[in-house]
Design a protein around this ligand. Structure first.
Ligand code: B12
Length: 305
């Protein structure tokens, strides 16, 4: 079996060295040995396990949940899924690596040529989940770890948003069907998931009011009063303290719920599930559950018409 130093593991998996170190320390899933020079040596199994974790995270999994399975279970799942690591996955991984390498030193022309070229030749849904969302996550991660300036992060984020908006603009403007408001709560700047939710609503034919990041509850309530949506969806990537979450739930209950049912989703919403459970706010586990909900709303809206 081969062994690899950490910089090579980073290259082989598309994960940063810092992330690999943190996962090793926090979850104990990797078993590197120490060479004579004291450097850590990772096995092929470690690389396979990290690749599997990366694949699962890109598909929407969370490292906290995945790590609970433990090393042996993860390795057997990695083996079982190996034949599914397709040509496309490898191409996406390579493309992501190429895109990230244009950020430091920054080369706008190559970045945009590569990204535009890739998004143009792949069905948009595949490009969204295979390229754009993983790119957002990795670029955000690089900023969080102080590897790139926030200006570069903002530039890439705007490029990603443009792609999603432009795909939405190619869909017909819905005149009938369920009305859905999509927003992030006050103080929430992570808006790519909300935009993805809005895209999924548009694809299903809903009339979408996409409000984006950091929306004050009073403004959300005003809009809902005027529009009377069939559903208001709020994306919570951040986890609030219990007190803040309870306060927000009370305000939503008082100001928004009288004019619109509310559903929430995102890692923060799942972490604050207990607070939401005590209210009339529905927690949507994932995009699959969101899609079911939207299909139901669309059916109801057409049977009413
Ligand atoms: C990109 C990013 C940023 C970008 C955001 C750019 C933008 N315009 O969106 C920038 C650099 C600006 C940023 C800033 C900050 N960030 Co940040 N960021 C990230 C990062 C790397 C990726 C998030 C992302 O966009 N992922 C891609 C999208 C598609 O996924 P997602 O948002 O996680 O949503 C998924 C699910 O939650 C779910 N989902 C979300 N909404 C909904 C809604 C419904 C209905 C459904 C069904 C599902 C769903 O679906 C998505 C796909 O699985 C994460 C770490 C990580 N690897 O996840 C940290 C992370 C989210 N950030 C974090 C923090 C703390 C911050 C800051 C507060 C840091 C600081 N000290 O200033 C700031 C300020 C943010 C603020 N006030 O909102 C923490 C949040 C911790 C927590 N649990 O509360 C994270 C987890 C990093 C960490 N490990 O600590 N960040």
């Amino acid at each position: 079996m081969n062994t690899h130093r950490i910089h090579r593991v980073a290259k082989l998996t598309g994960l940063s060295k810092d992330v690999i170190r943190v996962w090793e320390r926090r979850f104990g899933l990797l078993k590197p040995t120490r060479g004579a020079n004291r450097y850590r040596n990772y096995s092929d199994e470690d690389v396979a396990l990290l690749r599997y974790l990366k694949e699962q995270l890109d598909a929407g999994g969370s490292i906290g949940e995945l790590s609970k399975w433990g090393r042996e279970e993860l390795l057997s799942r990695a083996r079982a899924s190996a034949p599914r690591v397709s040509f496309v996955d490898n191409t996406f991984t390579r493309l992501l690596r190429e895109l990230l390498s244009t950020l430091n030193p920054f080369n706008r022309v190559i970045f945009e040529k590569r990204l535009n070229g890739a998004v143009a030749v792949v069905p948009f849904e595949e490009a969204l989940h295979g390229i754009l969302l993983p790119l957002q996550e990795q670029v955000g991660q690089l900023w969080h770890e102080n590897h790139i300036d926030v200006a570069i992060e903002h530039y890439v984020t705007k490029q990603i948003q443009q792609k999603i908006f432009s795909a939405m603009n190619q869909l017909p403007v819905a005149e009938f069907g369920a009305k859905v408001v999509v927003a992030c709560p006050p103080g929430e700047e992570h808006d790519i998931a909300a935009l993805t939710v809005a895209y999924r609503c548009r694809v299903r034919g809903c009339r979408v009011y996409y409000l984006g990041a950091n929306v004050p509850v009073a403004s959300l309530a005003n809009l809902c009063g005027a529009v009377r949506p069939d559903l208001t969806i709020i994306s919570f990537p951040l986890t609030l303290s219990n007190d803040k979450a309870s306060e927000l739930v009370q305000t939503l209950t008082r100001e928004v719920i009288p004019t619109s049912p509310v559903a929430v989703g995102g890692h923060g919403a799942l972490a604050m599930r207990d607070v939401f459970k005590r209210s009339h706010i529905e927690v949507l586990e994932d995009f699959a559950e969101l899609d079911h909900k939207l299909d139901r709303l669309m059916r109801q809206s057409f049977s009413r018409a």
